[in-house]
Ligand binder design. Structure first.
Ligand code: NAD
Length: 351
C-alpha cells in the first residue's frame, strides 16, 4: 500500500470550511513542467470572475485550496462593491516564484486559464509580475494587466481610491469638505502609500509617516515635509486619521485600544486580524473604511481596457468615496460595524 504524505492529504472541496458554493474549482497539473495549480471561480452573477494569480510555496495542497477558496470569495465582494460587471475568482500556483518560476510553467498554467475564457480573467498578484502576465497572455486571451492590455501599474488607481475614501470618511465624521489641517499617519510609503501621501499633502493634510525601508521614508519625509515615527507606533500616533498602507493584520485586540485616530482608512489588504476586530473598532467608535472597499482602485484598473479605459477607471475609482459614504451612513443608522454593512451591500448586488 502506498502511504499518502500528510502534505498531500486534502479536505474534500465540498466539505472545506472555506467552501461557499463556489461555482467551479479547477485543479490543474502538467507533468513536464511540474505545474500544480488551483483556479477557484466563486460567483459569476455580475459577469466573468476577475482576480489575480498568486504564486506561493504553499506547505500543502490544502493550504493552497484554502487560499484559493477564501481569496476568490473575497474578490466577489470586492468587485461587486467596486461597481464592476465582474464576479470573483482567484488562482494559485503552488511554487516558489524565486526558484520555480519559468516561462514553460507559466504557459502550462495559461492553457488551463484559457479553458475558462468565458468565466475567469486572471492578472498579477503576489509572485506574478507584469512580465509573467505577458507570457500567459500569449496563450490565453483572458489575462489582464499585460503590457498590451489594460492600464499598467494599478497602484496610482489604488492610491486615488484610498484618497477619495479618506475624504468620504472625513466628511462623514468631521463634516470636512477638505483634508486641510487634518493630521494623518501613513504607514508604508511604497507604491500606494507614497502616492497617497502625495494626494494628502497636496490638499494640506499634516502627515506623520513611517516605513521599515529607510530610502522610502526619507524620500517622502523630504518631499512632503512630514514628521516620521517608528513603524510599530504608526497606529498609536496622536492624529485624526490612520492610513495603514503596508502589511495586513495590523488592526487587532492589542493595537485597536491604542489607536488615537477616529478614522482608519488605508490601502493594506486584510487589515483586520480577526473578523471580530471589525466589531472592536466599532465599539471603540473608530470609523473603519473596509479594506476591500477602499483599495479596489487596482482591480478597477485591471478590469478596464480599450478606448476610454483611463477615464472609466478614474471615474469608478473616485466613486469608491460615494460607496463608502453609503456604508458609513448605514453603519451609523443601524449601529453595526462598517465591514458587516459592506458585506451585506455586496451580497445584495451579487446574490
Ligand atoms: P509596496 O511593497 O510597494 O509597499 C509597501 C511598503 O510598506 C514598503 O515601502 C515597505 O517597506 C513598507 N513596509 C513593510 N512592512 C512595514 C511595516 N511593518 N511598517 C511600515 N512599513 C512597512 O506595496 P504596495 O503596492 O504599496 O501595497 C501596499 C498595501 O496595499 C499592501 O497591503 C497591498 O496588498 C495593498 N494593496 C495594493 C494594491 C496595489 O495596487 N498595489 C491594491 C490593493 C491593495
Amino acid at each position: 500500500m502506498t502511504l499518502i504524505p500528510e502534505t498531500f492529504k486534502m479536505t474534500a472541496t465540498f466539505d472545506h470550511p472555506e467552501f461557499d458554493h463556489h461555482e467551479q474549482v479547477l485543479f490543474c497539473s502538467h507533468k513536464a513542467t511540474g505545474l500544480k495549480a488551483i483556479i477557484a471561480v466563486h460567483n459569476t452573477k455580475l459577469g466573468p470572475a476577475i482576480g489575480g494569480c498568486r504564486m506561493w510555496p504553499y506547505a500543502s495542497a490544502d493550504e493552497a485550496l484554502t487560499d484559493a477558496l477564501r481569496l476568490s470569495r473575497g474578490m466577489t465582494y470586492k468587485n461587486a462593491l467596486a461597481g464592476l460587471a465582474h464576479g470573483g475568482g482567484k488562482s494559485v500556483i503552488i511554487a516558489d516564484s524565486h526558484k520555480d518560476k519559468n516561462p514553460a510553467l507559466l504557459r502550462a498554467f495559461a492553457q488551463h486559464v484559457k479553458c475558462l475564457a468565458d468565466h475567469y480573467i486572471t492578472a498579477e498578484d503576489v509572485g506574478i509580475t507584469k512580465q509573467d502576465a505577458d507570457i500567459m497572455g500569449e496563450i490565453a486571451p483572458n489575462v489582464g494587466g499585460t503590457s498590451q492590455k489594460g492600464l499598467g501599474d494599478p497602484s496610482p488607481y489604488t492610491a486615488l481610491g484610498v484618497y477619495h475614501g479618506i475624504k468620504a470618511a472625513a466628511k462623514h465624521l468631521y463634516q470636512a469638505e477638505t483634508l486641510k489641517g487634518l493630521r494623518i499617519s501613513v504607514q508604508g510609503l511604497g507604491n500606494v502609500g507614497y502616492r497617497l501621501a502625495s494626494h494628502l499633502h497636496s490638499e494640506g493634510a499634516i502627515l506623520t509617516i513611517s516605513d521599515v525601508y529607510q530610502p522610502n521614508l526619507e524620500r517622502a519625509a523630504e518631499e512632503f515635509g512630514a514628521q516620521t515615527c517608528a513603524p510599530e507606533d504608526a497606529h498609536a500616533v496622536d492624529c485624526d486619521i490612520f492610513a495603514p498602507c503596508a502589511l495586513g493584520a495590523g488592526l487587532n485586540a492589542k493595537t485597536i485600544p491604542q489607536i488615537k485616530a477616529n478614522i482608519v482608512a488605508g490601502a493594506a489588504n486584510n487589515q483586520l486580524k480577526a473578523a471580530s476586530d471589525g466589531q472592536l473598532l466599532h465599539d471603540h467608535k473608530i470609523l473603519y473604511a473596509p479594506d476591500y472597499v477602499i483599495n479596489a482602485g487596482g482591480v478597477i484598473a485591471v478590469a478596464e481596457h480599450g478606448d476610454g479605459a483611463k477615464q472609466r477607471a478614474t471615474d469608478k475609482t473616485i466613486a469608491i468615496g460615494a460607496t463608502l459614504q453609503e456604508i458609513f451612513d448605514k453603519s451609523a443608522n443601524e449601529d453595526q460595524p462598517t465591514g458587516l454593512i459592506a458585506d451585506l451591500l455586496a451580497e445584495e448586488r451579487f446574490s
